[in-house]
Design a protein around this ligand. Structure first.
Ligand code: PBG
Ligand code: ZN
Length: 320
């Protein structure tokens, strides 16, 4: 076996190739700041003001990254998340600006959820401490339409409400946006790896946790059911999230359905590598590359990662 492990033949026989064009870079757009603010628990990741978007997206395009996923941080929150769907709210303005400056040079995905916009921080409408499913659906449809109206190419419902894909698909179709796609966070687990994201997006919750709507980490059959339902409801791409601790789920989803499949390499997965790198305990670049490659190998067609820019720089230099 070792004959093929040395020299150029080694790379010729590589079975999996991670490409910059597999990656999606997350952007946090904050309505209340004047200049970029680094997220303390995510070295290298910044909240951006609207004015910094053009510079940031230029860099992303130059690196060859084909897509971004946008998260908004509004200046005001309320009970139902009113600032998630206004024409002049943060995500809608961000999308219009990027579309105006870059057109089809960058593919825009927008996260559709309520947690960044509600004062209680949950992903749905609440009654007491219950998170209501069906009353949330109509709002998700409205948010999705407002994103696509602004120019978003694809919406990404992340709230794990039952029926969210169908509600969004029919709202979009009704408004004449049948070309806009849906990438569904289909198998999203109630993970402890979202902590740094909640700092970044200011989306921590006031009570309880997300375990009544996000999946139990103990389950895999349930993930297959979630994916099947979302596909029936009209999802174009299905997602597994987080990535590394759920590679078995990702693998089964890809094997079973053979549809475009994404994985979200989440904030905590990124931060752990950065922390260990800072301590001098691991080679952060190499570890990050190995992790992204493993996500691809397990079956992801698309990977959402905070490490997208650093990977694409390495790929450009020819070092990976
Ligand atoms: C909001 C949302 C979350 C993430 C993406 N969309 C957080 C959550 O569900 O609490 C997590 C992303 C990450 O950790 O990088 N619904
Ligand atoms: Zn949410």
């Amino acid at each position: 076996m070792r004959r093929l492990r040395t020299g150029r033949i080694r790379e010729m026989l590589a079975e999996t190739e991670l490409r910059t064009s597999d990656l999606v870079y997350p952007l946090f757009v904050d309505e209340s700041i004047q200049s970029p603010v680094e997220v303390p628990s995510m070295p290298g990741v910044h909240r951006l003001p609207l004015d910094s978007l053009t510079g940031e997206v230029s860099e992303i395009c130059e690196l060859g990254i084909p897509a971004v996923i946008l998260f908004g941080i509004p200046s005001a929150k309320d009970r139902v998340g009113t600032h998630a769907w206004g024409r002049d709210d943060v995500v809608q303005r961000a999308v219009r600006k990027i579309k105006r400056d870059f057109g089809d040079e960058i593919y825009i995905i927008t996260d559709v959820c309520l947690c960044e916009y509600t004062d209680h921080g949950h992903c749905g409408v609440v009654e007491g401490e219950r998170i209501l499913n069906d009353p949330t659906l109509e709002i998700l449809g409205r948010i999705a339409v407002s994103h696509v109206e602004a120019g978003s190419d694809m919406v990404a419902p992340s709230g794990m409400m039952d029926g969210m894909v169908q509600a969004i698909r029919s709202s979009l179709d009704r408004e004449g946006y049948s070309d806009a796609g849906i990438i569904s966070y289909a198998a999203k687990y109630a993970s402890s790896l979202y902590g740094p994201f909640r700092d970044a997006a200011d989306s921590g919750y006031a009570f309880g946790d997300r375990s009544t709507y996000q999946m139990n980490p103990a389950n895999t059959d349930e993930a297959l059911n979630e994916v099947e339902l979302d596909l029936k409801e009209g999802a174009d791409i299905v997602m597994v999230k987080p990535a590394l601790p759920y590679l078995d789920v990702l693998y089964r989803v890809k094997e079973r359905f053979r549809v475009p499949t994404a994985a979200y390499h989440v904030s905590g997965e990124y931060s752990m590598v950065k922390a260990a790198e800072r301590l001098g305990w691991i080679d952060g670049e190499r570890v990050m590359h190995e992790m992204l490659l493993s996500i691809k190998r397990a079956g992801a067609d698309i990977i959402i990662s905070y490490a997208a820019k650093e990977f694409s720089k390495l790929a450009m230099d020819g070092s990976v």
